[in-house]
Design a protein around this ligand. Sequence first.
Ligand code: FO1
Length: 337
Amino acid sequence: MRALTVLSGGMGGARFLQGLLHGVREGLLPGVDRDAVVTVVANTADDIWVHGLKVCPDLDTVMYTLGEGIDPERGWGRREETWSVKEELAAYGVEPTWFGLGDRDVATHLVRTQMLEAGYPLSAITTALCRRWLEPTLGEGLRLLPMTDDRVETHVVVADPDEPSGRRAIHFQEYWVRLRASVPAETVVVVGLDQSTPGPGVLEAIGEADLVVLPPSNPVVSVGTILGVPGIRDALRATAAPVVGLSPIVGGTHVRGMAEQMLRSIGVEVSARGVGLHYGARSAAGVLDGWLVDSRDADALPALHEAGLAAAAVPLMMSDPAATAAMAAAAVDLVTR
Ligand code: FO1
């Protein structure tokens, strides 16, 4: 196999990609060439305009992680970061103060915002930023594509007794960063998604792949939003490539993030089985051929097989690139044996 395509969100997807690339380059994935090209189709619905800057958390998390610029503890933003701009903005009493823009990170947003204002689409801007972050080490081996060049934003409806309607819609970043997903999400609304079109290269990356992977990203606000871009779900169902996913829910809850709250908001069972059945088998109007669950969730296998999915239970903790590479190898093996 020479062309792999991964539909990715932020932290979970980026960590998976680190291990996948390690596995590819070390020849650890059965049937995958060491010089295979990995194309990442990244979620852009987490994007937020803040202080006049366009911030693209999932694109930047993948870019910084694979470019070795990420802060490993936070899992987002730059390592060796300083926060003078954030502190000065707070000193002016400028909101939002709850969303942390590091000084180094601000440079990325200034470049992106300037290029947007000059008329460049997000895909061209991402290519330009990756010239610094990915090309020197990964060359042509890694392509990072926004799922769409159109503006889409995930908003979350939460209860708010001060509102006449008793509820309020807030940006996903406010739900996650300010509220820490501490209140139930009544509904998730992805503004602009239905009107969006796949970004340049996205449908080809899915249609021409030898393998498509859904990593353990958030199935609602990361993979779910990518699948919601008109045309992408159909491309997944039509591709000749096998499509395999890895469960982000282990032992009944998410490993990090807020997948549990998001799944509840769309009425999907918070389990490895629930997410696998939610994505569904391509033989039954879904998008998957195979679904990997963690060893602790082996009891999900019969229902997954019933639903027409190849399925296996293996360790799914991305504790280091080697462990993640083993997960990627199991995913490849599941749908190519
Ligand atoms: N996450 C936080 O928990 N606190 C922050 O202040 C914060 C700022 C931030 C700035 C840029 C960026 O690219 C990501 C940032 N994130 C922050 C993480 C972000 O909320 C997540 O990466 C995703 O949007 C959720 O998956």
